[in-house]
Design a protein around this ligand. Structure first.
Ligand code: B3K
Ligand code: ZN
Length: 859
């Protein structure tokens, strides 16, 4: 497959200022008539040929300026038409089979309705078009179809006319006044019911808001609607952004490749990020809905009003919008807890990407299939990079930078460089060297050491950016670090400073540091780097107890555990050393379990052990079995050591009644965590308490938490609770997804057998991405199942990729990365992982999506 390169960008030869689309809708047969007004681009190369992209479609008829023509030709999937003048009208007719579209890109049928997904290159599966984000058009859409099947007809913008047709049909016309790229086009038709509200913008305009769902689901839409209203208000207050249409529609569909899509005025969502009530959605589900609703809404400015020039600029809209949704969620809930969660996601999802065969800069230089670049690097590291600019500028000056960006580039298809320049000019920063964050991949490693003499502390820092595919040599990057020096006796520090390490090596001096201060560094995770510093356990225990930066407190706790577990699985510890390490962790843990000053949401964060994938990251080559055993061993030890305190905690929080308030949510969070440790230390007590929590549960958070713990235990309560759960939530697809993923993610010794049985369960469906992910993503992330020493887990994921690829390549390709980590795994398992990748590579007719990921992973 051809490699597309960023440096090869050329402006389009032809522009399409207007497009009119006419759909005759049917689930099994839809025809599309597209009329494009095309105009030669003065900035283009002057080509006579109009290239219209297509993908698995063929033209039924082609007209130019009202006349049928026959001299069009195909170049692979694309339609080429020779045009002699400056401006023409091109009319193309296509015929589609939505019910046969299992890729879920373009126009497809889901659960009896029709919907579209066009980003990145799905519009070309609907009609022929210059399907690139720098071609902006005004869209007029007409659609007609059977009224019984499609009572609701939606597209972008505003509905301008509707009426009845013959034979039980009806039609609607929609017009979107804002020019947009084709990837933001959307159409939805089906039987839907709305939860409606209005929002008055800061400019005094009234906007109609609708959350559309299938009949029967309307009782689970209020949280989504509330989140939308909160997002609109927050974006006005925080970024000065006002909504720009009179209507904002959200539609929930059950078959969807990712979370949601920001189509102009018509966001299409995975049901998972819309539907919630306390009985069926956990607190984490509520938070995710709020975050994703916000994210898609914020795209209206960061993505839609200002879009991307080409797909290499994806982080322009995604990195910035992730930062915006993170700040929004922080403002709606607990800022420190949100920061800790975001860093955890970065470490679990992005750090391994950055150190593996698929590593790429946040602005990639090349791709074969753009769908493979909707990654944690582009999204989450992209957000961290912009967050660093905000940290260096301060909130107010950063806002001046974003104001300038929105003002300067409104209506344009912009680049990452445009964004950086606007922040530079608006916020008054020099970002010359900082631009390296856009071009260099890899997580910088910063090693730190502190020396003190006569009250003056000298902090020596050294950075190195690891080599990544295609980038053997790196330059030093500017790394902003928030630091403080603590006085042991008073437990306080004399003020935080922001230092920027922009050389390979540098040192920083601090006066009045006392004689033996403790360093708190990268507070708030001010830079997405990994800090290397060997520290006495006592210093980490001190920071875990005293640091006034909540993130740093969490970090000290994590480091304490990481340091211990890495030593235990690496060089090995003798029994006395292991015991000493556990005692230090136990001391810090005990303080957290019982600290009356801590709120439970924060306590919940501090009680989490570092993920196995993050522990593996710390080692060049790791034995997943050893990491798992050592981590589980620590968990059980803590459960036994702190059994009394944990039972008391579980009792206390179990008495807190249900509400959506922070205190009650915190209580639920630590309830299940306490249960996890209790079960690890005493499985019989865990089974007893777990089943009691399951039966007493008044909400999904408690019920799912209890079931998760029971699913890993070998006890009769496990089967009882699993059977009850399935029967209780029959027909609720999102909850049945949970039932699959809890079992596939369990640490039960026979988990592989369970997964195999679930794959042939009547409720399993290969055509539904949510269901596929609930079983197989949970399995691929489960260290026990995936890293089975005989390679059965690898085989299972390999088989899945091969079977899913012809159905849904985008979803199939997402599973390759788990096998792609083979170089970082001990030799026996590595050989098995590699063999599985080779088996996939040997398959003929692989999709471009899977082919690219597999080739890079073997390479
Ligand atoms: N922009 C979409 C992602 C589209 C992914 C296409 N493969 C959702 C989002 O990031 O908001
Ligand atoms: Zn996005």
């Amino acid at each position: 497959p051809p490699v597309i390169r960023r440096e090869d960008y050329l402006p389009p030869a032809w522009l399409v200022p207007e497009i009119a689309l006419d759909f005759a809708l049917g689930l099994d047969a839809t025809t599309v008539v597209s009329r494009l007004s095309v105009r030669r681009n003065p900035a283009g190369n002057g080509a006579q040929t109009l290239r219209l992209n297509g993908d698995q479609i063929s033209p039924v008829a082609v007209h130019v300026d009202g006349e049928a023509i026959n001299d069009w030709r195909m170049d692979g999937p694309d339609l080429l038409i020779e045009l002699s003048g400056e401006a023409h009208e091109v009319r193309v007719e296509t015929a589609l089979v939505p019910s046969g579209n299992s890729q879920l890109m373009g126009l497809y049928a889901s659960n009896g309705m029709l919907c579209t997904q066009c980003e990145a290159e799905g519009f070309r599966r609907i009609t022929f078009f210059p399907d690139r984000p720098d071609v902006l058009s005004t869209y007029s859409v007409r659609m007609a179809g059977a009224k019984a099947t499609f009572p609701i007809l939606l597209a972008n913008g505003n509905c301008t006319a509707q009426g009845e047709g013959e034979n039980g049909t009806h039609w609607a016309e929609w017009h979107d006044p804002w020019p947009k790229p084709s990837y933001l086009f959307a159409l939805v038709a089906g039987e839907l019911i709305a939860n409606h509200a209005t929002f008055t913008t800061m400019g005094g305009r009234t906007v109609d808001l609708n959350v559309w769902v299938r009949p029967g689901d309307e009782g689970r839409t209020q949280h989504a609607l509330d989140s939308l209203i909160a997002s609109m208000k927050w974006d006005e207050e925080t970024f000065g952004r006002e909504y720009d249409l009179d209507l904002f529609n959200i539609v929930a569909v059950s078959d969807f490749n990712m979370g949601a899509m920001e189509n102009k005025g018509l966001n299409v969502f995975n049901t998972r990020y819309v539907l919630a009530d306390p009985e069926t959605a956990t607190d984490a589900d509520y938070d995710a809905i709020e975050g994703v609703i916000g994210h898609e809404y914020f795209h209206n400015w960061s993505g839609n009003r200002i879009t991307c020039r080409d797909w290499f600029q994806l982080s322009l809209k995604e990195g910035f919008t992730v930062l915006r949704d993170q700040l929004f969620s922080a403002a709606m809930g607990s800022e420190p807890v949100k920061r800790i969660e975001d860093v955890r996601v970065l470490r679990i999802a992005q750090f391994p990407e950055d150190s593996g065969p698929l590593a790429h800069p946040i602005r990639p230089d090349s791709y074969q299939e753009i769908s493979n670049f909707y990654t944690a690097t582009v999204y989450n590291k992209g957000a961290e990079v912009i967050r660093m600019m905000r940290t260096m500028a301060g909130e107010e000056r950063f806002r001046q930078g974003t104001d300038l960006y929105f003002e300067r580039h409104d209506g344009e298809a912009a680049t990452c460089e445009d964004f950086v320049k606007a922040i530079e000019d608006g916020a008054g920063l020099d970002l010359t060297q900082f631009r390296l964050w856009y071009s260099q991949a890899g997580t910088p490693q910063v090693s730190a050491s502190l020396k003190v003499e006569n009250g003056t502390a000298v902090l020596s820092l050294r950075q190195s950016v690891p080599a990544t595919p295609g980038q053997p040599e790196k330059q030093p990057m500017p790394i902003p670090l928030r630091v403080a020096l603590f006085d042991r006796a008073s437990g306080t520090h004399g003020g935080e400073s922001l230092i920027v390490l922009d050389k390979a090596e540098d040192s920083f001096t601090f006066d009045g540091a006392g004689h033996d201060p403790i360093l708190s560094i990268n507070r708030g995770f001010s830079a997405p780097v990994s800090i290397e510093m060997a520290r006495p356990d006592a210093d980490l225990v001190f920071l875990a107890a005293h640091d006034d930066d909540p993130f740093a407190r969490y970090e000290a706790m994590q480091s304490l555990v990481v340091q211990h577990l890495v030593a235990a699985v690496g060089s090995g510890l003798n029994e006395a050393q292991r015991e000493a390490g556990r005692e230090a962790i136990g001391e810090a843990f005990g303080a957290i379990v019982t600290d009356p000053e801590l709120d439970d949401l924060m306590r919940g964060e501090l009680l989490l052990l570092p993920a196995e994938s993050y522990l593996a990251e710390q080692l060049l080559v790791s034995d997943p079995g050893a990491i798992h055993a050592e981590r589980e061993g620590l968990k059980a030890w803590l459960g036994r050591k702190l059994g009394g305190e944990l039972r008391a905690l579980h009792d206390r929080v179990s008495a807190v009644p249900y509400s959506r308030e922070a205190a009650a949510r915190g209580a639920r969070k630590v309830k299940t965590q306490a249960l996890v440790y209790i079960a690890a230390g005493d499985p019989a007590e865990g089974a007893r308490r777990g089943y009691a929590q399951y039966q007493a549960a008044s909400c999904m958070t408690d019920r799912q938490g209890a079931l998760m713990v029971l699913a890993s235990l070998d006890c009769p309560e496990r089967e009882l609770a699993l059977a009850d759960f399935l029967a209780r939530y029959e027909g609720n697809a999102l909850v049945i997804d949970k039932w699959f993923s809890l079992q596939a993610g369990s640490l039960h010794p026979r988990v592989l057998d369970h997964i195999k049985a679930l794959a042939s369960h009547p409720e399993f469906r290969m055509s539904n991405p949510n269901r596929v992910r609930s079983l197989y993503m949970a399995a691929a992330m489960n260290p026990v199942a995936f890293h089975d020493p005989d390679g059965e887990g690898y085989r299972m994921i390999g088989d899945l990729i091969r079977r899913l690829d012809p159905i849904n390549p985008q979803t199939a390709a997402r599973f390759v990365a788990s096998l792609g980590r083979w170089r970082r795994v001990e030799p026996q398992r590595a050989a098995l992982m590699r063999a599985e990748l080779e088996r996939i590579a040997a398959q003929a007719d692989l999709s471009r999506d899977v082919r690219e990921q597999v080739t890079k992973s073997l390479g």
